[in-house]
Design a protein around this ligand. Structure first.
Ligand code: CMX
Length: 471
């Protein structure tokens, strides 16, 4: 039985849906995700093999000197199946936009937002799951959530001033005692079977992450008690209960939040790091921990913490009745101090991030009168023209991080240092889905070539420039 919203969706995007329903129909009765992947993987391996055979030496782009010094921006150097980021349109998860996902992915019985379990199924298989398939993932994650004593003990004993992202990364690193992949590798498993163990680690990891995240929250800011998981409920419900939030609206927000932060194609810092570290056959626990260490940087995921801190400073200065002039003055002060306006700009996007837009829609629906939401909206009117005026900013529009904090604080989560942990819980869905496919396709260790400036100068035939460089 196909999920009921599929019919509605087919009317919206007929061509895409024809392919999708075909794919889904062949697997729709099956709730065993691993066996579905086992059917798909050989076909995908064959497809890539044939493609490389016929087009292995076809050029897909060129590399300029600026690209090499400029963070490899624009170099097509990675393959990522789970999502694609269009500069104008924003993210598509396996071809579906965020509004598409909101329409077709299964929801909780009492909810309107997609379940992250369903998004995970979509990311890893390419199919929209049925309600039964989604429920089977919720159940598996609830059943796999147990943490070993050494991890809970370490978390309990960390000083409270250790940043929640450092706690998160440390816990994941320590948790690799549980890795199926490590055990299988040490027993000499055949490499064609690596993906199966990475898949098992992925399922365990995603199951355990909300417990780790809740422990960090409760130990650092509250009473340290984390309630048991209810196996009949979904991943986000259990997570919000463990965090100590009883409000069904906050749970709905988490379902949306955990869905939209999951994946942003392969080249962003967290995704690329996880892929890179995994390519050395470091296990999924270590690869994810590495990715999250990247997410913890203020130019990447930590920007959502930075935004709220920045908004709070702004609010302290201007209060709740402010003029555009006051906002402009504050923004210019930030820029003149040599800082970035957090939550604005993007390395790939050139329009407002649809992840910003859907969070704004959530705020308009549930918290239209929240003073910080109003401030976020006013800032949106003022920042882009100023960033354009600077002349160097490629994208003056807001990204996902400009809006997430205001929603969290509205429901009482005011611990800004914690916000990136929520981002990390979600990001695990995307980067681990890709990691399973990396091992399934047998991708090799990543090792691009680097050269020195002098070699580069020689390579492009600019030796005369070299002689002009100061000693
Ligand atoms: N405020 C001020 N200056 C900005 C800016 C912003 N929001 N965004 C870009 N710029 C500046 C850059 O710092 C750079 O200046 P210099 O040439 O003096 O170094 C110049 O504009 C060109 O940068 P760009 O090509 O437009 O942007 P990049 O691809 O190099 O960087 C990003 C992208 C996101 C790091 C940058 O826009 C930024 O720092 N934004 C603020 C932090 C933020 O919101 N990060 C979250 C991104 C989303 C995520 O990963 O979660």
């Amino acid at each position: 039985m196909l999920y009921s919203a599929m019919g509605k969706f087919k009317r919206i995007i007929p061509t895409l849906c024809a392919g999708m329903s075909q794919m889904a129909e062949c697997c729709a009765e099956n709730t065993d995700l691993k066996s579905i992947l086992a059917q798909k993987i050989p076909k995908e391996i064959e497809k890539v093999k044939n493609f490389r055979k016929s087009h292995g030496n076809t050029k897909v782009g060129e590399v300029t000197v600026n690209m090499m010094y400029g963070g490899m921006r624009g170099i097509k150097g990675l393959v990522c199946e789970t999502s694609v980021l269009d500069p104008e349109e924003g993210i598509r998860f396996r071809g579906l936009t965020i509004p598409d996902c909101q329409q077709v992915l299964p929801r909780a019985p009492d909810g309107c937002e997609p379940l992250p379990e369903a998004l995970f199924w979509l990311l890893i298989t390419g199919d929209v799951p049925t309600e039964e398939q989604t429920r089977s993932v919720s159940k598996q994650w609830a059943q796999r959530a147990h943490l070993p004593e050494h991890v809970t003990c370490m978390l309990k004993n960390l000083p409270k001033h250790v940043h929640p992202m450092s706690q998160f990364s440390a816990a994941l690193t320590l948790l690799n005692t549980e890795s199926h992949f490590v055990k299988a590798y040490n027993c000499g498993v055949n490499k064609t079977k690596y993906w199966e163990f990475v898949f098992e680690d992925t399922m365990d990891l995603i199951a355990r992450i909300p417990v780790i995240a809740a422990m960090i929250y409760k130990n650092t800011y509250k009473d340290g008690c984390v309630p048991d998981i209810d196996e009949s409920k979904d991943w986000s419900y259990n997570f919000t209960q463990m965090l100590g939030y009883d409000d069904p609206q906050f749970t709905e927000l988490m379902r949306l939040y955990l869905t939209i932060h999951s994946d942003h194609e392969g080249g962003n810092v967290s995704a690329h790091t996880c892929h890179l570290v995994g390519s050395a056959l470091s296990d999924p626990y270590l690869a994810l921990a590495a990715g999250l260490n990247g997410l913890a940087g203020p130019l990447h995921g930590l920007a959502n913490q930075e935004v709220l801190v920045w908004l709070e400073k702004l609010r302290q200065q201007v209060g709740d009745k402010y003029s555009e002039e006051q906002l402009k003055e504050f923004i210019w002060k930030t820029l003149k101090a040599g800082q970035v306006v957090p939550g604005y700009g993007h390395a790939v996007l050139r329009k407002t991030d649809p992840r910003y837009t859907c969070q704004r829609e959530f705020a308009q629906k549930y918290l239209p009168d929240d003073p910080i939401f109003k401030l976020v909206s006013s800032v949106f009117n003022v920042v882009p023209p100023i960033l354009k005026e600077l002349g160097k900013v490629q994208n003056p529009w807001p990204n996902v991080d400009a809006h997430s904090g205001v929603l969290l604080q509205h429901y009482g989560m005011r611990e800004t240092n914690y916000y990136t942990v929520l981002f990390g819980v979600s990001r695990a869905l995307g980067v681990l889905s890709s990691l399973v496919w990396d091992r399934a396709l047998g991708l090799p260790i990543e090792r691009p070539k680097s050269i020195s400036t002098d070699t580069l100068i020689k390579l492009v035939g600019a030796e005369s420039e070299k002689s002009r460089t100061p000693c």
